[in-house]
Design a protein around this ligand. Structure first.
Ligand code: ZN
Length: 407
């Protein structure tokens, strides 16, 4: 079957095609009703007890700046402190994605923000895996999947190390500061990441848990990825993949570090990859040549940019609308790009909505949007065999074409 070049990208089309969401934060993607319930149970006070109130005060469509965007995470992390709560939100997230024809997701979060004495990194990751696995098992038995009309639900878990944290961020971080009173802040950040990478590598190797990659999240400006080089080395030696939030709140040199110091297989956001005017290092004599060579390397090595348009529009006021988003030029240059939500609750979005934004800006047809949608499946840190991954991607492409062929 061939894709009709003229098939229009309508909301119905976007709802029906299979989609992947591989840049998706667990703690930014709760159901608002679940947050309210969990907060009551955990005695966490919220600025409002209703979904409407929280959507007016915290989870907004527009944010003043990054700190405004980030305040919601304080609330969601506060209620996600037990294995039961983590398992529940992971299960519900999978269910919400399945309901939207998003059969493949990679869920990321920072385990060390949920650990405490008696609840270690492994406990936290196992809880999230239980929720996702339960949803996957239920979906596998559904008539749509059994008949082959829909893809089975598959997932990976990505563990986020943090570029920056303070003792107040979690009991585990506080213990680390207490135990290492002479260490510098960068040393403590790097050691926490190293411990996380080792724990993830062990879980993947010894228990077969689908912890597929290490990520680096948090304040980018002033907290360079190079401080986490040892952690990424341990992840690589543990056969984990690497992704790094980079080029979002800092320029191309942050992406350079992610690739040269952290073995990045993918880049989270990568918004400013082509922004020569954001190169700050005095040692770079020709910023334009620098970003051109960096982009060449990203394309040649197929280091996919995990672009999250709405999130960027909400936190980067220098991008006034999607028509000015650097993703348009990145795609024109042929760079590998996939489209993701970042945070379903905090950005108030879905994969279909994000693809719709891009499609409107580029006047996409089904045929021109196809490579962007399928890139999310292709570049996945798929936990099955290479043959299974290839078959899964082929099935996603066939289902896409089936939807595109129906007028
Ligand atoms: Zn992110």
């Amino acid at each position: 079957m061939t894709v009709s070049a003229s098939a229009a990208v309508t909301p119905d089309f976007l709802a029906r095609i299979p989609k992947a969401d591989i840049h998706l934060h667990l703690d930014g993607s709760l159901r608002v009703e679940t947050l309210i319930e969990l907060a009551k149970a955990a005695k966490v006070s919220l600025p409002s007890e209703t979904a409407e109130g929280l959507q007016t005060l915290v989870f907004k469509e527009k944010y003043a700046d990054l700190p405004d965007y980030l305040q919601g995470f304080g609330l969601t992390c506060a209620v996600l402190q037990t294995p039961e709560a983590l398992e529940r939100v992971a299960y519900e997230l999978a269910q919400d994605c399945i309901a939207e024809n998003v059969p493949y997701i990679e869920v990321r979060f920072a385990p060390q923000q949920h650990t405490r004495p008696g609840q270690n990194i492994a406990d936290v990751l196992r809880a999230v895996d239980r929720g996702l696995a339960r949803a996957a098992a239920e979906r596998a038995a559904s008539p749509e999947v059994v008949s082959g009309a829909a893809l089975p639900f598959r997932y990976g878990i990505i563990a986020c190390a943090m570029r920056f944290f303070l003792p107040a961020f979690s009991p585990s971080y506080a213990e680390l500061f207490d135990a290492l009173p002479s260490a510098s802040l960068p040393e403590i950040h790097g050691l926490a990441s190293l411990e996380l990478a080792r724990a993830c590598a062990r879980l993947a190797a010894d228990e077969g848990l689908p912890v597929v990659a290490l990520d680096l999240a948090g304040a980018e400006n002033g907290f360079p990825a190079v401080e986490h080089q040892a952690a990424y080395q341990a992840a690589a030696e543990g056969l984990l993949y690497a992704t790094v939030h980079a080029g979002e709140a800092y320029g191309p040199e942050s992406i350079y570090q992610a690739i040269t110091k952290c073995h990045a297989d993918r880049i989270g956001h990568g918004t400013w990859l082509l922004a020569a005017d954001r190169v700050t290092s005095a040692s770079v004599k020709d910023p334009q040549a620098y970003v051109t060579r960096l982009a060449q390397l990203v394309a040649r090595r197929h280091i996919t940019l995990e672009v999250c348009p709405t999130s960027n529009l909400q936190t980067l006021p220098e991008i006034p609308d999607i028509a000015h988003h650097p993703v348009l030029e990145q795609l024109e240059q042929g760079l590998p790009v996939c489209i993701n939500t970042d945070n379903r609750l905090i950005s108030r979005t879905t994969p279909a909505r994000e693809l719709g934004l891009l499609a409107a800006a580029r006047a996409d047809t089904a045929a021109s949007l196809r490579p962007v949608v399928l890139e999310g499946f292709r570049t996945a840190f798929f936990s099955g065999s290479p043959a299974e991954h290839a078959a899964y991607c082929a099935r996603a492409a066939a289902l896409y074409d089936q939807v595109a062929a129906v007028p």
